[in-house]
Design a protein around this ligand. Structure first.
Ligand SMILES: N[C@@H](CCC(=O)N[C@@H](CS)C(=O)NCC(=O)O)C(=O)O
Length: 207
């Protein structure tokens, strides 16, 4: 797909396969069935067409045929699900919406910070990796308790919070797979396995 094609009337998602923010955006686009062209970028050599529409240079970016681009993964999820939400990822219940928002804020804020320090511990030599891992694990423990109660983060079926958060838990698990598999977070591990084995996840990870 040529991202410079100015006649393109479909939205274009500038994406990066392994990026957890891009994964969550692709999951919502896929489940919604909204027709979007995907453009895989190299983060070392971002296409000018992407930078022209979003100078901040992060993925994902959704370039719309008309109107301002969407530069935040969560905005892209909401954009897709507002058009079609066949699996009811968006809850109509304001109390659940509030929980979802808090969980995602915790994920994108503190948890992402712990994840980056754990993953790139050599860049943060004030503490060993195990210190950052323990900080992240405190969040995993909370998620595990919620999943143990209902099966998913905010109820008995997957919703926005699960889909927005599991790509980050996947990264955390990948830092030291042995540690994660031996960890006490049994419900969280089963939840992650289920989502990783889903045809939805696998379809958005195809090369
Ligand atoms: N808040 C943004 C964060 C996106 C983000 O940080 N993406 C990373 C990749 S995972 C990125 O593009 N980093 C820029 C770079 O590596 O040059 C969102 O939710 O979309």
């Amino acid at each position: 797909m040529n991202c410079y094609r100015y006649t393109n009337l479909k939205p274009i998602l500038f994406t990066f396969r392994r990026c957890p923010y891009a994964i969550r955006a692709r999951l919502a686009i896929k489940v919604s069935g909204v027709d979007v062209d995907m453009f895989e970028v190299s983060l070392r050599n971002k296409p000018q067409a992407m930078l022209d529409c979003s100078p901040k240079g992060t993925v994902p970016v959704l370039k719309l045929p008309h109107g301002a681009p969407l530069e935040q993964s969560l905005d892209i999820m909401h954009w897709a699900l507002r058009q079609h939400d066949p699996e009811q990822w968006l809850s109509p219940d304001p109390a659940v919406q509030q929980q979802v928002q808090e969980l995602i804020q915790q994920n994108d804020g503190p948890f992402k910070g712990h994840l980056d320090r754990y993953k790139y511990a050599e860049r943060f030599p004030e503490h060993p990796a195990s210190y950052y891992r323990a900080q992240g694990a405190a969040v995993l423990a909370q998620l595990d308790a919620r999943i143990a109660l209902h099966g998913f983060l905010c109820g008995e079926k997957p919703g926005l919070a699960d889909m927005a958060i599991f790509p980050f838990v996947r990264q955390f698990a990948h830092v030291d797979k042995e540690w994660f598999h031996a960890s006490e977070y049994k419900s969280l591990r089963a939840w992650l396995d289920l989502l990783l084995e889903s045809s939805l996840f696998n379809s958005v990870m195809q090369k």
